[in-house]
Design a protein around this ligand. Structure first.
Ligand code: SF4
Length: 403
């Protein structure tokens, strides 16, 4: 039986896709090895044909060795356009390849190509803000074992990004790609991460008027989060990654040594108490530690009032975990059903913000496609629609430049 759009997204994350040499990708978004390296695939849009979701954006792994053995293959027919074909059962799925933004090659006023400042990952703009995460500079390095930031910053993207570079790139993404959300992330910078990010947040809110998300290593002085909130930040996320302490220490040695898991949870709880519901998320990576721990992490984050963002592990080329196998579809489908259930149980208003489709993860608001159609499902869907409607004027205001 053919998969629905969310199931196909999950299977593509787990198995990747082959691109035969005769399939032309002209005009499609190029593969970008920026930030932690998760954008190393081909951006694809899958129509969802569902009342709960129009379409799903997914960054499909194509470069990693597991993708070369994938049952999925991209075809390009002049009459029917791009399709993804599954050789196991000949199922064929119509997809679209989003175009590369024309502003990518434009220069900022400091003569830096804008693609080296930020990249579109789905419908939002992703910018890695600071210099290389300090965990890469320890001897031996303490970087998270799945991450390739240390190889990408300063190579595939600019090593230093001035506020003006970021503002100009945000403006181009807003005006020409219709982006409403910019996600600023950075690695570990000691206790200076938020201080470093603040001028960028203020400038974007004042001069561009986008929704701004910030994702940084947690800091002990929680009043710094209050400064970010006062500056108008719209979303804060915390990368807990793994719940089981031994797995956490093994895969994220820097985070285990310097922060500890409790700091992530405490910082999350502090921000949840100060921001609108749905404005804080906890990120985890699924497919490394046993699934039962991933399910417990989802419950833990949702119970705090943050929404769980679950990234399916990708053994990215060049990472310390390059030779690890990707997770199984059955496990990841189970995880995503759990995301939906946890959000529903905690009345989290997933999918309320306008036009934020993240191609690197299965977005929580895509998981209703996996849910059983029960009375609880319909009640939660009515709740989500009501919240989205009520939030529309609020987001409209927040999308105006304040200066
Ligand atoms: S904290 Fe970990 S995942 Fe984040 S940039 Fe540093 S090494 Fe990469």
């Amino acid at each position: 039986m053919p998969l629905n759009a969310c199931e196909l997204e999950i299977d593509l994350f787990c198995r990747g896709m082959r691109i035969p040499d005769d399939v032309a990708l002209e005009g499609a978004r190029g593969i970008t090895r920026t930030r932690a390296g998760l954008g190393s695939g081909l951006e694809v849009v899958i129509p969802a044909h569902s009342s709960v979701k129009d379409e799903i954006w997914v960054n499909v792994p194509v470069a990693e060795s597991f993708a070369h053995r994938s049952p999925y293959s991209l075809t390009d027919d002049p009459a029917s356009g791009y399709r993804i074909v599954d050789v196991r059962d000949d199922a064929s799925y119509a997809v679209r390849l989003p175009a590369e933004p024309s502003w990518y090659s434009r220069l900022t006023s400091r003569d830096i190509p804008m693609r080296r400042i930020g990249v579109m990952q789905g419908t939002y703009l992703g910018i890695y803000l600071n210099m290389v995460c300090a965990f890469w500079k320890y001897d031996p390095p303490l970087n998270c074992r799945f991450c390739t930031t240390g190889q990408n910053v300063g190579v595939a993207e600019a090593g230093e990004k001035a506020v003006s570079d970021v503002v100009e790139t945000c403006r181009a993404a807003r005006e020409e790609s219709g982006a409403t959300f910019v996600h600023l992330n950075g690695g570990y910078l000691g206790s200076r991460g938020i201080e470093f990010a603040l001028p960028y947040v203020k400038a974007i809110k004042q001069q561009v008027g986008m929704l701004v998300g910030v994702q940084l290593a947690p800091e002990h002085d929680f009043t710094r989060y209050d400064d970010l909130i006062a500056a108008g930040v719209d979303h804060l996320s915390f990368c807990l990654e793994l719940l089981e302490p031994e797995w956490f220490a093994r895969v994220c040695p820097g985070k285990a040594l310097v922060h500890g898991q409790q700091l992530f949870l405490d910082a999350m709880a502090h921000c949840v108490a100060r921001m609108p519901r749905g404005a804080v998320s906890g990120e985890i990576i699924a497919g490394i530690e046993p699934v039962k721990h991933t399910l417990a992490a989802i419950d833990c984050i949702a119970a705090l009032g943050a929404f769980p963002t679950v990234c399916i592990f990708r053994p990215t080329i060049g990472s310390d975990m390059e030779s690890w196998p990707p997770p199984s579809y059955a496990d990841m489908r189970r995880v995503m059903v759990h995301v939906y259930e946890a959000c529903r149980r905690n009345w989290l208003p997933i999918g309320a913000a306008p036009n934020i489709e993240v191609s690197l993860v299965v977005n929580p608001d895509e998981t209703p496609l996996l849910a059983e159609r029960t009375m609880r499902f319909y009640v939660y869907e009515v709740f989500r629609k009501a919240v989205k409607l009520a939030a529309t004027p609020i987001f409209r205001r927040r999308l105006h430049a304040t200066a």
